[in-house]
Structures are given as C-alpha cells and as structure tokens.
Write a protein that binds this ligand. Structure first.
Ligand SMILES: Cc1cc2nc3c(=O)[nH]c(=O)nc-3n(C[C@H](O)[C@H](O)[C@H](O)COP(=O)(O)O)c2cc1C
Length: 379
C-alpha cells in the first residue's frame, strides 16, 4: 500500500487483490489430487523456475555466505548446476560509516566520531571488504558465472545507505536481496513502528534501484501474513523465508557473551516450510525458502509447499559446491520416479490452499501433534 509518493502507509487497509485467488492453471491439484502428466519430451523433468522475474535453470540457489564471496567457489557452484547465487551482504553499518567518512572529509560533519557511529564494526570489512570491493565482486561474479547474480544489502533503519542499492544494480546485479535484520528489543517501541520502519526501508531500496528486490525476513513478526502483503505493496518482488539468527551464548568459564555460529540441519526446515505453505498463492511475489535445506528431499518439500527457489548455504559450506549436483540429481530423480513433468507442476501442490485440511498448517496442527504424542506416550 502506498501513499502515492511511493512510501508505504501502514494505516491503509490491505489491498484484497494482493491475496488473489489462484487462477485455473495454478490449481494443479493438491494433496491426493495431483495428476502428474509425465516427464517432458526428452524424458527429463523440466527443472526451470522463475524467481524475481529471472529464469533459473533449477530452483536451487546458493544463499549468502562466504562461499558466494569467492570467485573460485562461484565458478564451482555454476559448474555444479546452481540456479542462481546470492552474494554475501553489505551491511548498513558499513555503508553509513562510509557516508560519515565522506561527509567528514568534505567538512560536512567534522564533529562526528567516525568510530562511534552506527555501531560500525571494522570486522565487517573483513567479511566483504567494503562497498568498493563489493561492486568489483558483482562485476567479477557476473563475468565468472552464467547464472543470475543477486547482491545483498543488510540493514533495518532508514538512512542514506539504502541509496547504495542503485550502485549494486548499476554494477550488474540481476536483483537485490534485502535482509531486514533487527531484534526489536526496545520496550518502548511497538510492533507497528518496527513494521513501519521496515516497510519504509523496503520502499527506499526498491525505489532506489531498477532491479527486483527480495526481502529476507525473520520469522519473528506478530502478523506475518499481513506484513507479507504490505512488503509487496512497498515494492518487494520476492520474500525470502527465513533469515536464521545466530543467538549469542554465555561462556561459563569467562562469563562472557559471544556469537555462536552452528550450521543448520534439515530439522530446521519446518518453520519456513509452514510459512511457505501459508503464503503460497496469497502474495503476488516470488517466494524463496532458506534455513534447513540440505538434501534433495528438502528441496522437494519447499517446492511442494510453494517455493519458487530453495536457498542453501549450510549444506554447501559443509559438503562443498559439488553438493549442488547431488541435490539437483536427487530432485530430478524424485520427480521422474513420480512422473512430474516440471517444477511448475510440483510447486504449491501441498500448500495450504491445496490441502484438504487447511488447518493442518495452523493451530490444529499443534493440537494434533500434542495429542498424537500424548497417545504414543501413554500406550
Ligand atoms: C557463514 C554464514 C554467513 C552468512 N552470511 C550472510 C549474509 O551476509 N547475509 C545474509 O543475509 N545471510 C547470511 N547468512 C545466512 C544464510 O544466507 C541463510 O539464510 C541461513 O544460514 C539459513 O540457511 P541454512 O539453514 O542453509 O544455513 C550466512 C550464513 C552463514 C552460515
């Protein structure tokens, strides 16, 4: 929803057409109703998919991680059959720091302490080497691989940094992913304000560039179904479900608090899987799943739930870029054995709109799970 100036207004009622009903072609069936029409003429299922308006040769995408910041790894991912790559993020804190430095140099903000602003952490430059190097990475990645290259911005507050979106697009990025990471810990800030700021950031980034923008979300929103539609109204062409947080841990020897990065496992897939199933066919945007996608079966599940793309970094960091080939082969075999002709045919056939009992994806699922467990436990 826009106020006519391109900025979102969370006052406005939701546009009901955003939650458009599926057209007939989309109603490919559902649980128990899917009638696979058999593989294509060459005998192989068609693995192509569309994500953010881009044609991908397969739905498996290498999500942001150090792997996608390295040209050798990018080439290896391309050779292994990846559908697209998302480069590691450039962070708001870095970009605002750069802006401050330039202002300071030009005498526009001489009294600013450059190290104290925006929680700038120089260590971020070790991760992606700052914006100049990042723009070069985009150009080099585009030259190195034949698949779409998606650049990533990571930030949550309105500021000059959102203007960098234009530079990333100008450097050749086929699309942008905007990770709106924030922990809403301020007790004086209500959810409406947090949502409003996120919508304003999305609107600023989408307005700044002329390539599609996907928004990578955390699952921690009180009304995600509603927010999803408003993000699309604000300019998002796609939603990425979900960002995975690295919760800090307490060291019992030193009593210090520190980051704790553990790669994910397939067990973590079910949260994005559920939301994929709930949002498929209800928002006019591409949907990508991330968190817990490690195997071909995980890819099949998110496609059945409604994803256009399945993003994975943990599995690739653990097994190396060649693991893409294993996942692609597994996906192809699964589809061929069940005579699915294409990813299009598979997509969303087990989404909430297509299952006989839609409540399965909502609260009844909780009750059912507890009851079943209790029955097993008591017998
Ligand atoms: C080492 C590492 C670095 C990451 N860097 C970024 C990043 O720069 N930007 C971002 O949006 N996500 C980043 N992520 C998150 C991943 O792209 C992904 O969304 C998340 O890890 C969930 O997928 P997984 O279950 O396969 O790990 C990173 C993940 C890992 C493991």
């Amino acid at each position: 929803m826009s106020d006519g100036n391109g900025s979102p207004t969370d006052e406005s009622p939701r546009d009901p057409t955003r939650f458009a009903p599926l057209d007939e072609d989309d109603q490919l069936g559902g649980w128990g109703r899917v009638i696979p029409s058999g593989p294509g003429p060459d005998g192989d299922p068609d693995l192509t998919t569309r994500y953010l308006g881009l044609e991908l040769r397969c739905p498996i995408v290498a999500s942001c991680s150090p792997l996608t910041g390295d040209l050798g790894s990018l080439r290896a991912l391309d050779a292994a059959g990846i559908g697209a790559v998302v480069l590691p993020s450039l962070f708001e804190e870095q970009l605002e720091h750069e802006i401050e430095q330039v202002d300071r140099y030009l005498g526009l903000s001489a009294d600013v302490n450059p190290e104290a602003t925006y929680g700038y952490a120089p260590v971020l430059d070790d991760y992606n080497q700052g914006s100049v190097r990042y723009l070069r990475l985009i150009r080099e990645a585009k030259a190195a691989v034949d698949v779409p290259v998606i650049a990533s911005l990571n930030g949550a507050t309105v500021g000059g940094w959102t203007e960098y979106a234009r530079m990333l697009a100008d450097a050749g990025a086929d699309a942008l992913e905007l990770n709106v990471y924030q922990v809403a810990a301020d007790p004086d800030r209500v959810g409406r304000d947090v949502e409003g700021e996120t919508l304003a950031v999305v609107s600023a980034v989408a307005t700044a560039c002329d390539v599609p923008v996907a928004v990578k979300l955390s699952p921690y929103w009180s009304a995600l179904g509603n927010l999803a539609g408003r993000l699309v109204d604000a300019g998002a062409s796609g939603l990425v479900l979900f960002n995975r947080f690295y919760q800090p841990d307490i060291d019992l020897e030193t009593l210090s608090v520190g980051p704790h990065l553990v790669l994910s496992s397939s067990d973590e897939l079910r949260l994005p899987l559920r939301w994929m199933a709930l949002l498929h066919g209800r928002v006019e945007a591409s949907l990508a799943a991330t968190t817990g996608i490690h195997t071909a079966n995980d890819v099949v599940k998110v496609l059945l739930a409604g994803a256009d793309a399945a993003m994975t970094p943990s599995a690739l960091l653990r097994h190396g870029p060649d693991h893409v080939g294993v996942m692609v082969d597994g996906l192809r075999s699964w589809m061929a054995e069940r005579e699915y002709a294409s990813v299009d045919q598979l997509r969303g056939s087990v989404s909430q709109l297509n299952v006989p009992d839609p409540a399965t994806f909502e609260r009844a699922n909780y009750l059912d799970t507890l009851t079943r467990y209790a029955n097993t436990f008591l017998t």
